[in-house]
Design a protein around this ligand. Structure first.
Ligand SMILES: Cc1cc2nc3c(=O)[nH]c(=O)nc-3n(C[C@H](O)[C@H](O)[C@H](O)COP(=O)(O)OP(=O)(O)OC[C@H]3O[C@@H](n4cnc5c(N)ncnc54)[C@H](O)[C@@H]3O)c2cc1C
Length: 570
């Protein structure tokens, strides 16, 4: 993959909010180089073989754990240290390669995908990304082989989405070591061996590696959950645990940045794991739809059933395109991919949930039976829009970053500090009814195949409309836009739609370049269908910034809150 310019410049999505399409960041569409592709294909095939012939998701659910034997076997197959450098016993895969193999876990079992994600994407990752050579040499070989399991320990009883305000406290001792006290909850692999624990201290947030057996560390009792039952979810207690100085990742004060960057990087595998799960839902739906007969015909003969298989296919295509575009940003050394990673996570977890619902519908009552794989998937998949960043919070994060980027570029609102509402009201007052004066020239998506000329032009046009809508919101609400989450949601979803369309045009263009115009008509149809649907949705969202029912929504919510329940007797 071609390296890109690493000098600081706005990320792809921040550029979208400025009305620009930063083509050089996304095209040509990233692909694996041949050597890595072969390795990834071999690892994915070996994972699929094991997961379909040996691993039993239903048994794991009954046992409440994926099984120590499974961990041992996956370690022996080289599947537990996929991105860890070879010199530390891993496979040394790129982010794209890693996420491609993770797709296999999602296809086989949502729970195992989560256990793998906790161990690798967020458990091992902070050491891989932020550890010193000595720290890597100390922990990574055992983690890559499966001799030890890793955990990411952030959430607390009083601290969920607002992860900055941790209550777990670390006190520095004169010898440089740390004393850690506090309680964490809902920790996957919380009874594992190598725990990256986030805490606050007098010197800011810290990330400390706590090892099983340290005095004062205890776990349990584990949580009983709706789904992901084979993921041992734990309480973890720290009672004055002494953590040696050499177990600190980064510097004192780096802890929050390490947590956030680990999640930005790690949540990408959720996108591809969900894509894997959706492929399974599609396979099950096609199989059931072909064999189940009603009204004298297979279910697949009915248009409303066909709509569901078409929807699943199109969404998987779009989600894959978006996921691997995002992993490609990491592999090309792009410094800031936080918004793209967030948008991919939001889109994948929503599509996964809706897709599951569609597959479920086609299965009728059969999927409602407790031992059906879709019944299990229903229990497992509901958490995806909530954990590793609740979608609502991530949506606001995407929009506010875009709004901030634009506010800094507009000469007449540059002095507005998005984080300072009191000051902003005065600054913006003259602009509240101001018109958008500057005509923005649409930036083009350069490098797409000419077969997608119309869609490429649409992407440019939507990007300008996104900027206009963002400017409108900024001028109308001033810094109060920070409170306008309904507007933020539309802007973030529109940006995400444009990003997804860019990914699909890039992916389909790459296929056309590779295979010539005869690429399967089916693939082109899927791409075009995704693009048309997404373009309509983006238009609807952007119109909604100006024309909406938000004040009624706020009013109803306030009145029902005041009344404490439903107000109206029939
Ligand atoms: C199965 C499972 C596994 C987990 N694994 C781990 C793990 O391994 N390690 C770990 O550290 N944590 C883990 N967690 C915790 C998980 O990351 C948190 O559940 C998540 O961060 C959300 O926090 P919360 O559940 O406390 O929700 P809250 O923060 O209380 O939020 C609840 C809801 O309120 C809304 N909301 C919150 N804030 C805002 C806002 N600013 N704007 C708009 N809406 C908002 C959202 O709809 C959100 O879904 C796990 C949780 C579960 C259930």
């Amino acid at each position: 993959m071609a390296p890109v310019d690493r000098s600081p410049k706005p990320s792809f999505t921040r550029s979208l909010f400025l009305g620009r399409v930063a083509s050089d960041l996304v095209l040509p569409y990233p692909t694996l180089e041949t050597g890595e592709r072969r390795k990834v294909e071999a690892l994915a095939a070996s994972a699929r073989n094991y997961l379909t012939t040996v691993y039993d998701p239903a048994l794991a659910e009954r046992n409440g754990w994926v099984g120590d034997d499974t961990i041992r076997d996956l370690g022996a197959l080289g599947l537990l240290g996929l991105f860890v450098e070879e010199r530390f016993g891993g496979q040394g895969l790129s982010q794209s390669g890693y996420c491609r193999v993770m797709e296999e876990f999602g296809r086989a079992d949502g729970t195992l995908a989560v256990v793998m994600g906790v161990h690798q994407s967020i458990g091992t990752k902070p050491i891989h990304l932020f550890g010193t050579e000595e720290q890597k040499a100390r922990w990574l070989p055992d983690l890559a082989s499966g001799r030890k399991l890793a955990a990411f320990v952030l959430t607390e009883p009083n601290v969920g989405s607002d992860a900055y305000n941790l209550e777990t406290w670390a006190t520095r001792e004169p010898d440089g070591s740390w004393r850690l006290s506090g309680e964490k909850r809902w920790i996957g692999n919380g009874d594992g061996d190598v725990l990256t624990v986030f805490a606050r201290s007098d010197q800011g947030h810290v990330a400390l590696v706590v090892e099983k057996g340290m005095s004062g560390l205890s776990t349990g009792p584990r949580f009983e959950t709706l789904g992901l039952k084979a993921n041992r979810l734990q309480r973890v207690h720290f009672d004055n645990v002494r953590v040696p100085a050499e177990n600190l990742l980064g510097e004192p004060g780096d802890g929050f940045r390490i947590a956030v960057q680990t999640l930005n990087n790690g949540r990408m595998s959720m996108g591809t794991s969900i894509a894997g799960g959706m492929k399974r839902f599609l396979d099950l739906t096609l199989e059931h739809g072909a064999t189940r007969q009603q009204f004298g015909r297979p279910l697949l003969d009915f248009e409303l059933v066909q709509e569901k298989t078409a929807w699943l296919t199109t969404q998987i295509y779009g989600m894959e395109a978006m996921s691997y575009l995002t992993t490609g940003l990491v592999d090309r050394g792009v410094a800031d991919y936080s918004l793209e990673s967030a948008m991919t996570k939001i889109s994948a977890s929503e599509a996964g949930w809706y897709g599951l619902n569609k597959a479920f519908q086609v299965h009728g009552g059969e999927a409602f039976m407790a031992d059906h794989p879709l019944s299990k998937a229903l229990r497992d998949f509901r958490i995806f829009p909530i954990f590793e960043g609740a979608n609502d919070v991530l949506q606001a994060f995407v929009a506010l970053n875009g709004i901030k980027a634009l506010s800094e570029e507009l000469p007449d609102v540059r002095s507005l500090r998005i984080t300072d509402p009191a000051r902003a009201i005065g600054v913006l007052a003259p602009y509240v009814s101001g018109r958008i004066s500057r005509a923005i020239r649409p930036g083009q998506l350069l490098g797409a195949h000419r077969a997608f000329a119309k869609q490429t032009a649409q992407i440019a046009e939507q990007t300008v409309r996104l900027r206009d809508a963002t400017e409108t919101a900024l001028r109308r609400y001033g810094s109060k836009v920070q409170e306008k989450q309904l507007v933020q949601k539309r802007l973030a979803s529109a940006a995400s739609g444009i990003y997804a369309q860019t990914a699909v045009v890039g992916r389909a263009s790459a296929m056309l370049e590779r295979d010539g115009l005869q690429i399967s008509g089916a693939e082109k149809a899927v791409a075009l269908s995704f693009l048309a649907t997404s373009e309509r949705e983006v238009s609807r969202l952007l119109r909604g910034v100006e024309i909406n029912n938000d004040s009624a929504t706020r009013q109803i919510s306030a009145s029902v809150r005041q009344a404490g329940g439903y107000l109206f007797d029939l």
